[in-house]
Design a protein around this ligand. Structure first.
Ligand SMILES: NC(=O)c1ccc[n+]([C@@H]2O[C@H](COP(=O)([O-])OP(=O)(O)OC[C@H]3O[C@@H](n4cnc5c(N)ncnc54)[C@H](O)[C@@H]3O)[C@@H](O)[C@H]2O)c1
Length: 434
């Protein structure tokens, strides 16, 4: 035991003793002696050369952010879009970044866009365009007036997601843009449960603005020409404040949208959220709800079913009708552009209800009868957008005339009206034979 201890002490003490007698070696002399300095210098030289050759800033002039215009497909340069891209993460490795700091597998291919109300009439056409442009689209919809049928052609596409969700409840999603459309749009639907309508407009918009603020997304609100109420100014310019009844049967929608605009502007001014506001005028096209009480869908469905076309009042009240593809183009230009709005998006071509009935007769059935009914409460007498602002600042104006667009809608309605009838006949025959 003692010998073992002695031996170990000897082992541990030896180096100490040696180090006491050894002269300290100076680092430079050590490096020279071992030729390590040469290795270090060569290493530094190689690293410097590598950085000079492969650094992005030296191989090209300072990178100018590019942005591909979704509508024209052309590239534009814009400082604010560049800033926006940095705020949504493009600079750190998304589209167009040269250095590629994010691993290849995690790079995004398009924008991440949420469309609330994306299973509805306008929303589903917007989704088609966004998917075609290569974006990742998330539809959030409670299917109150929308339908899976409108978006089911995207099922199975990895760039498409559908979430059944009511915007009155908060939701958290990582996105770059929010198109907020969720809200019943036809009088039949928004009067069905007025309290729910105003909740959707106020609480739903608050929730989506909160999300935009939290994730730094750009937010577009689809407001309406109804914010002008029964206008005393004609045509309506964006600076007109409107003539709205705050306690009428349409107020849940009109005042709801006015509040939604207020909220959007307050989030913009108070929390720097990038907002866009569109005031949409009457829009028509395929995938409209067949029996939603809106005048174009009413007339088309009635003419197809060989029912009389119902005209409310004397039929001299005017409306302007915009084809859905024109609207979608306007919404996308607004979202991608620099201006907050509000912008009127509508077709200034003005038709009286009787003129519209005649176009429907010409397109579907020249023998269709017209039936007059008493006018509905708060129905505005005149509605026509002044679109000067959208023309000048968005370079947008509608392209599709009523006589061009109507046949496209009729084709879709024909399929749905008669497809449904055939389906009904099949069900009745099979149940009667059982
Ligand atoms: N179509 C027009 O002529 C017109 C005119 C002015 C404004 N707008 C506005 O454009 C937007 C879209 O209109 P549309 O014609 O496509 O109407 P739509 O009724 O076809 O679509 C609205 C969609 O929102 C969904 N929705 C409703 N409440 C919801 C809720 N609480 N949570 C989640 N989803 C909800 C519906 O299920 C539907 O899919 C609306 O905001 C509307 O106010 C439309």
């Amino acid at each position: 035991m003692a010998s073992e201890m002695t031996y170990r002490r000897h082992e541990t003490q030896q180096p100490e003793a040696q180090s006491l007698h050894r002269k300290p070696i100076k680092p430079i002399r050590y490096m020279l002696r071992e030729q390590r300095l040469i290795f270090v210098l060569v290493g530094i030289a190689i690293a410097t050369l590598g950085f000079t050759l492969f650094s992005p800033s030296s191989s090209s002039p300072k990178p100018i952010p590019y942005y591909s215009d979704p509508i024209s497909g052309s590239e534009m340069r814009s400082s604010s879009l560049a800033q926006r891209k940095s705020s949504i993460g493009y600079i750190t490795g998304g589209i167009g970044s040269v250095g590629g700091k994010i691993p290849l597998g995690l790079k995004r291919k398009g924008l991440r866009v949420v469309v609330t109300g994306g299973a509805g009439f306008v929303g589903s056409h917007l989704v088609d365009r966004l998917i075609a442009r290569g974006d990742n689209v998330i539809v959030v919809d409670n299917f109150f007036t929308g339908s899976k049928d409108n978006v089911m052609h995207h099922f199975g596409n990895p760039n498409f997601e559908l979430i059944r969700h009511d915007v009155v409840e908060p939701i958290l999603l990582e996105v770059d843009q929010i198109y907020h459309l969720a809200c019943p749009a036809s009088p039949v639907h928004y009067k069905f449960n007025p309290v729910k309508t105003i909740k959707t407009n106020v609480v739903g918009t608050l929730n989506m603005l909160g999300l935009a603020k939290r994730v730094g997304a750009r937010f577009l609100l689809t407001s309406t020409s109804e914010v002008y109420g029964d206008p005393l100014q004609h045509p309506q310019v964006e600076t007109y404040w409107g003539n709205v009844n705050p306690i009428g049967v349409r107020s849940c929608y009109d005042e709801g949208k006015r509040t939604a605009e207020t909220l959007a502007m307050d989030y913009h001014r108070g929390a720097n959220v990038e907002v866009r506001i569109a005031r949409i005028f009457n829009t028509y096209g395929p995938r409209m709800c067949i029996d939603d009480g809106r005048v174009v869908s009413n007339f088309v469905a009635q003419a197809l079913r060989k029912e009389p076309l119902t005209v409310y009042g004397d039929g001299k009240q005017t409306r302007s009708f915009q084809f859905v593809s024109d609207l979608v183009e306007g919404l996308m230009r607004l979202m991608e552009g620099e201006h907050v709005g509000p912008f009127n998006l509508g077709n200034p071509g003005e038709f009286t209800m009787l003129e519209l009935a005649k176009v429907v007769q010409e397109t579907i059935d020249p023998n269709a009868k017209i039936e007059f009914r008493p006018n509905t409460e708060d129905d505005p007498h005149k509605r026509k957008p002044d679109i000067t602002k959208a023309k000048e600042l968005l370079g947008w104006e509608p392209k599709v005339a009523l006589r061009q667009g109507l046949p496209l809608m009729v084709k879709d309605f024909r399929q749905r009206v008669f497809g449904d009838q055939k389906q009904q006949e099949k069900t009745t025959t099979s149940s009667s034979t059982e």
